[in-house]
Design a protein around this ligand. Structure first.
Ligand code: CA
Length: 234
């Protein structure tokens, strides 16, 4: 099955030539001649890529693009603009377009852009899948590799002890859930609570110094006063 490309463009001759060339490259195409029906098709069909003209009857290209993003769709949107100044506006308004091509465009260039943008999504998807499969927990700039048993912050390795790592992994695997210090002793230290729960506090404090931007105002390992600790994934 070829990738689905939605063309939203009001000039019939441009739609025809795009259709012809994209189909010849093995893509499946759909077309809309105004903004509103283009948006409707985009939401209904969730194509792999959208070629979106800027000046359209009804909703213009900016509004269509913003509505597509607002609906949570992340496919590449390649804007077709008539002039360079419009292209600047595309980027300046941050409508959520990924790329643009100015008219008149060469078909070879357009096809190359389509390929590049589709490849980028494929790579992102593959990276996401690989990440999920490899058991990497990511929260903002903090990553916990549960297979490699390592922690990085902003891409740089964080030097954690075995126990700090176990505690962090345990909490981060269940974000938002509060654990008492006794429960953490049992779960992370693997013995029924007999010793000093301050061991937990000390380990939390050390971890915060390593992973928090401001250890005194932690965003990851949060204290729930009188109850215990929780990991905030927000
Ligand atoms: Ca137009």
């Amino acid at each position: 099955m070829g990738k689905k490309i939605l063309i939203i463009e009001d000039e019939k001759n441009i739609v025809d030539i795009l259709n012809y060339n994209l189909c010849r490259e093995g893509y499946t195409t759909m077309e809309a001649y105004d903004g509103n029906s283009g948006l409707e098709l985009a939401l209904k069909e969730a194509p792999d890529l959208i070629l979106l003209d800027l000046m359209l009857p009804g909703m213009n290209g900016f509004d269509v693009c913003q509505a597509i993003r607002a609906a949570g769709l992340a496919m590449p949107v390649l804007m077709l603009t008539a002039r360079e100044e419009e292209a600047d506006k595309v980027l300046g308004l941050e409508a959520g377009a990924d790329d643009y091509v100015t008219k008149p465009f060469s078909m070879r260039e357009l096809l190359a852009r389509v390929r590049t943008n589709l490849r980028r999504t494929e790579m992102l998807e593959a990276a996401e899948e690989a990440k999920a499969a490899s058991g990497v927990l990511t929260f903002g700039t903090l990553s916990i590799d549960t297979e490699g048993c390592s922690v990085t912050k902003g891409g740089a390795p964080v030097d954690v002890t075995q126990r700090e790592y176990e505690l962090l992994k345990f909490l981060a695997s269940q974000p938002g859930k509060v654990f008492s210090r006794e429960a953490l002793m049992e779960q992370v230290w693997n013995y029924d609570y007999v010793g000093d729960v301050r061991t937990v506090d000390v380990t939390v404090r050390r971890l915060r110094e390593k992973i928090e931007d401001v250890p005194a105002e932690p965003r990851y390992i949060v204290t729930r006063r009188g109850v215990g600790y929780l990991f905030s994934g927000q």
